[in-house]
Design a protein around this ligand. Sequence first.
Ligand SMILES: C[C@@H](N)C(=O)N[C@H](C)C(=O)O
Ligand SMILES: [Zn+2]
Length: 219
Amino acid sequence: MQIQEPGKTPELAPIGSFEQSLVDQGLVDIQEVDPTIYVDLKYSTTDNFFGEDVYQELTRAYLPLDVAEELKTANELLKFDYPDYRLLVFDAVRPHRIQTILWEALDSIPPLNRKAFVADPALGSLHNYGCAVDLSIYDVRADTLLDMGTKYDYFGHLAYPRKEEEMLLSGQLNEKQIANRRILRKMMGKAGFTPINSEWWHFNTTSLAVAKEKYKLIE
Ligand SMILES: C[C@@H](N)C(=O)N[C@H](C)C(=O)O
Ligand SMILES: [Zn+2]
């Protein structure tokens, strides 16, 4: 895993024209708002569910300033209660054209079920407005991600927050994994984010209707 460590991004290319266009549209690099947030932008690597770097020139995690500030609040709450823990972001704003690529990559799943894992590009994802973030918790002392019971983008019931009790009873998740997810939900919830039922790593900051009114669709 290649993590962009807080405060230094040596392996990243200088900001290119696409990232500059995000800045021009009012988005900010979240590590400029909070240099203690870690980033491992999975779709900018080949370590993702379809094994391709689809982000290409997008190498940093961007959000609208107000959303980035909410994320900073979540990270501050986390650090206050758990000084060794930091938020680690897997995905932030996601261009709409990439949403289509993700949607089509899962075409073995019928559209009605697929929506639990990837938002239908015909409707749009909150990521396309910078109003959703995918993340976990990194333990800086142990130098590892917390065990959440599945990898990022594990598309199945084991990743479903609403199935945690059932997974615990069947022995597929343990108490510690669920406790770790609860820490993430608690900090994100206090900062104003809402979890979804089907992915422990995904949090929204508003509804799609409000996002469409208030923020720009990133193409
Ligand atoms: C693809 C996955 N990381 C994700 O973010 N899914 C949600 C539902 C989305 O596409 O908005
Ligand atoms: Zn997401």
